[in-house]
Write a protein that binds this ligand. Structure first.
Ligand SMILES: Nc1ncnc2c1ncn2[C@@H]1O[C@H](COP(=O)(O)OP(=O)(O)O)[C@@H](O)[C@H]1O
Ligand SMILES: [Mg+2]
Length: 86
């Protein structure tokens, strides 16, 4: 249902500084499963959640919702998909 494959998120803070917030997150969450994301402040929880509906774009890796890789979707298509993500 929700599949994250080797997700990386690197924030470019300025020309010379980058922050590697997510380093290869892989998850497989099945229908009906309840999944908690726990971690210290700054661990990357919000970044991870924002990647699930592509409010944030991954630096690399895939977000697969119901078998569809949404990382390559257009903004218009994403708006549609987001209507069914709570
Ligand atoms: N838009 C952003 N630009 C630059 N750095 C960010 C941005 N959002 C988050 N970060 C950095 O990424 C790391 C993870 O942040 P975040 O996902 O908000 O963690 P959490 O929700 O677990 O507190 C932190 O070091 C944070 O400062
Ligand atoms: Mg947060």
């Amino acid at each position: 249902m929700i599949k994250l494959e080797k997700l990386h998120k690197i924030y470019q803070l300025d020309k010379n500084t980058s922050l590697h917030a997510l380093k290869g997150v892989t998850l497989n969450i099945k229908k009906g499963e309840i999944f908690g994301v726990i971690g210290l402040s700054g661990a990357g929880k919000s970044t991870l959640i924002r990647l699930i509906n592509m409010l944030e774009t991954p630096s690399s890796g895939k977000v697969i919702i119901d078998g569809e890789d949404i990382t390559s979707y257009s903004e218009a298509k994403l708006r549609k998909v987001r209507q069914s993500i709570g």
